[in-house]
Design a protein around this ligand. Structure first.
Ligand code: GLU
Length: 302
């Protein structure tokens, strides 16, 4: 594992990242499992491991059997988990974390199947065995831990607010008492609003992008979810929406795993712990110019 270069200056619009990668590898259909840089430079963030053994991991056994990895992701969250439907390229911090984990297990880009899974369906996808692991703005919490395990955390953010670009700044969730706030079904922010802010009206969709569309259309007064997600939308639609207020909660992102697969959980935790430089390169390339300032958190190796 090594990183020899970070990609400063490539931010939320990470399409540029893969344009560079395509130059390097000559293979646009294979975004290079996290490589980037200018032609002629040695710019690998991480390499695909060889001869990997992971004793006692049923998930890894299944990957070996099918010779590939199935990863659950988001694909409508710019900067974090995003699919460009025109080019077919997947970009974002979470997507690159997912690629890094796959590489550490011996799988390259061509051997990864990405499956979009909405917030409400994550635990079920993992318990059904539909995916090997999930990387997509997935907050670690005790309720979810009853059904699945988490490696990480690998990122920390908190619940925030997105409003129309011409709306008054808001300071607190209470500012939306009597108004309508939109979020995703099954997410921690919608649960927080319903449990603790009974005077706020809610609108729910499977996807945050549907909430953002409602906000742009003037059908809701705000969108609430993790501020890191909202910053991505604000960068995508700078004339229409803006992030306002602070962080109302702490959301610690983990990699969702089958409950009891301690070997895989330990492997991923060690990957994160031992390779802070790679974490930083992935952060810089995807979120470095987003305005998000966060350090790699320590893993919670329970
Ligand atoms: N991190 C929060 C959660 O896991 C909100 C983002 C999401 O829905 O993915 O519920």
């Amino acid at each position: 594992m090594r990183r020899t270069r970070t990609l400063a200056g490539i931010g939320i619009a990470t399409v540029a990242l893969f344009a560079l990668t395509a130059c390097n590898s000559g293979s646009p259909s294979s975004p290079g499992a996290g490589t980037g840089g200018e032609e002629g430079e040695d710019s690998t963030w991480f390499e695909v491991a060889e001869d990997v053994q992971l004793e006692g991991s049923p998930t890894f056994d299944a990957m070996q059997e099918r010779d590939g990895v199935v990863v659950g992701v988001k694909e409508d969250q710019p900067g974090l988990g995003y699919l460009d439907v025109t080019t077919g390229e997947r970009t974002g911090f979470d997507v690159d974390i997912a690629r890094w984990i796959a590489a550490s297990l011996g799988y390259d880009e061509d051997q990864i199947e990405f499956k979009p899974i909405a917030s409400a369906n994550r635990e079920q996808a993992i318990t059904n065995g539909d995916i090997d692991y999930y990387v997509g703005t997935y907050s670690i919490n005790d309720k979810r831990k009853e059904l699945i395990d988490f490696a990480g955390p690998y990122f920390i953010t908190g619940q925030g607010l997105l409003v129309a670009a011409d709306a008054d700044e808001a300071e607190a969730l209470e500012d939306f008492n009597g108004k309508t706030v939109c979020s995703a079904t099954g997410s921690t922010p919608i649960q927080n609003i319903k449990a603790n802010f009974p005077d706020i009206k809610t609108q729910e969709y499977d996807l945050y992008s549907a909430c953002v569309q409602d906000l742009i259309d003037g059908k809701v007064d705000a969108v609430t979810t993790d501020q890191a997600i909202l910053i991505g939308y604000a960068a995508q639609y700078p004339d229409d929406v803006k992030v306002t207020g602070g962080l109302f909660t702490e959301e610690r992102y983990g990699v969702g795993l089958t409950k009891g697969d301690d070997a895989l959980r330990t492997h991923i935790n060690e990957l994160f712990t031992d390779n802070g430089d790679i974490w930083q390169a992935i952060f810089d390339a995807n979120l470095g110019s987003s305005g998000i300032e966060v350090e790699q958190p320590e893993v919670d190796a329970y």
